[in-house]
Design a protein around this ligand. Structure first.
Ligand code: ADP
Ligand code: MG
Length: 352
């Protein structure tokens, strides 16, 4: 009940908005289920600075629900959500959902990764200048390590709240200039298992380049869409049984691989890798043993990076990219992996 009372009070004092409160600017993105714009609002009491507006169709209601839940339970994991409402119109049947966030920054992880400068183009943003290291493996490893840690940290927040994102990919990870960290965006495909919201797998929403082989987060034998009270009682058990969070971990593993191997950063490179991995029955060690003997400098450099500190990076990456969900590590366990403190005390004090 506390949560409902709090939500009610919050709502009563919260600034509310309607369509005319926003001046629409540049288009930032367009997906199958909505369009995203940079906007501003002159309304009194609205957050300072630019905002982001997503006009969403039928799934907007779920996305608003997810964002409000995140704001209360794990605000730092995702972009700052400001407000969501249904804008009724005569043109579109049922109207459009409008979702408003703070504008976190210009760049997604995808933008950084598509630049030739990656990962150095992220270094000054998250580690500060003057690392005292020369360009090379050690320094790249330290930057990648920090990005992956921030991503796992955000994901652990979501998972601990009971939310599986299901569309983790570089395009859905934004760099927040304010907090100097990467945050997760786009909860349009997310599922909240504890309350049964968006419970039916919407596999058609998923991006095939980053999806885990199981595709569905819950086994198909799981009863579909239980009513909310039943789901609340049941879902911790279901969570344990099906480990749906491991779906997102697989995607993180793929992003990790893309950071380490530049040839996997293009769409074609990633698609080709996925084919190879499938042929190896999703076993990274097998994949390595097939490609390493005839690897070019690009692949060899990646393996060398993962082999630093006794192969601790390779150990972590293989614990994320596994066929069986239950054999994959969790976000929380991954954060405790020695890969993240191979820098010793120095690393820890610099990279909170
Ligand atoms: P879509 O459903 O179109 O994928 P997203 O929520 O992923 O919608 O947003 C599309 C794009 O808009 C993102 O890739 C990002 O570039 C930008 N964007 C979304 N939210 C924010 C935000 N809070 N701050 C800055 N840019 C954002
Ligand atoms: Mg997106």
């Amino acid at each position: 009940w506390d949560m409902f009372v709090l939500a009610f009070i919050e709502r009563a004092f919260q600034q509310s908005y309607r369509k005319d409160d926003f001046v629409i600017g540049k288009k930032l993105g367009e997906g199958a289920f909505g369009v995203v714009y940079k906007v501003s609002s002159a309304k009194k009491g609205s957050p300072k600075g630019d905002l982001v507006l997503k006009k969403a169709t039928e799934y907007g209601a779920v996305e608003i629900w997810m964002n409000e839940r995140v704001r209360r339970a794990c605000a730092n994991s995702c972009a700052d959500f400001v407000y969501g409402f249904l804008e009724r119109s005569s043109k579109t049947k049922g109207g459009e959902y409008w979702l408003i966030w703070r504008f976190e920054g210009e760049d997604t992880l995808s933008d950084f990764m598509l630049s030739k400068e990656f990962p150095y183009n992220v270094e000054a943003k998250i580690l500060g200048e003057g690392q005292g290291l020369e360009k090379g493996l050690e320094r790249e490893n330290r930057i990648i390590q920090t990005i992956i840690r921030q991503l796992l940290f955000a994901l652990d927040g979501l998972h601990s709240t009971g939310i599986v994102h299901r569309d983790i990919k570089p395009q859905n990870i934004i760099f927040s200039e304010g907090s100097r960290t990467f945050k997760i965006i786009d909860l349009g495909a997310a599922a909240d298992l504890r309350v049964g919201i968006n419970y039916i797998p919407k596999e058609f929403l998923l991006d095939p380049r980053y999806t885990a082989p199981e595709q569905y987060i819950m086994s198909t034998q799981t009863p579909s869409a239980p009513s909310a009270p039943v789901a609340t009682a049941l879902s911790p058990v279901l969570w344990q049984m099906n480990l749906p969070d491991r779906f997102d971990i697989y995607s993180v593993g793929l992003i990790f691989l893309q950071m380490v191997f530049p040839s996997l950063r293009t769409d074609n490179g990633l698609i080709q890798f996925n084919r190879q991995l499938k042929r190896c029955n999703y076993d990274l060690d097998t994949w390595r043993s097939t490609v390493e003997p005839r690897a070019g400098p690009d692949l060899r450099k990646g393996f060398e990076l993962l082999d630093l500190d006794g192969g601790i990076g390779w150990e972590l990456i293989t614990s994320m990219v596994r066929f069986k969900a239950r054999q994959r590590t969790s976000a929380k366990a991954a954060l405790a992996h020695p890969y993240f403190n191979s820098e010793g005390l120095l690393g820890l004090s610099f990279m909170q």
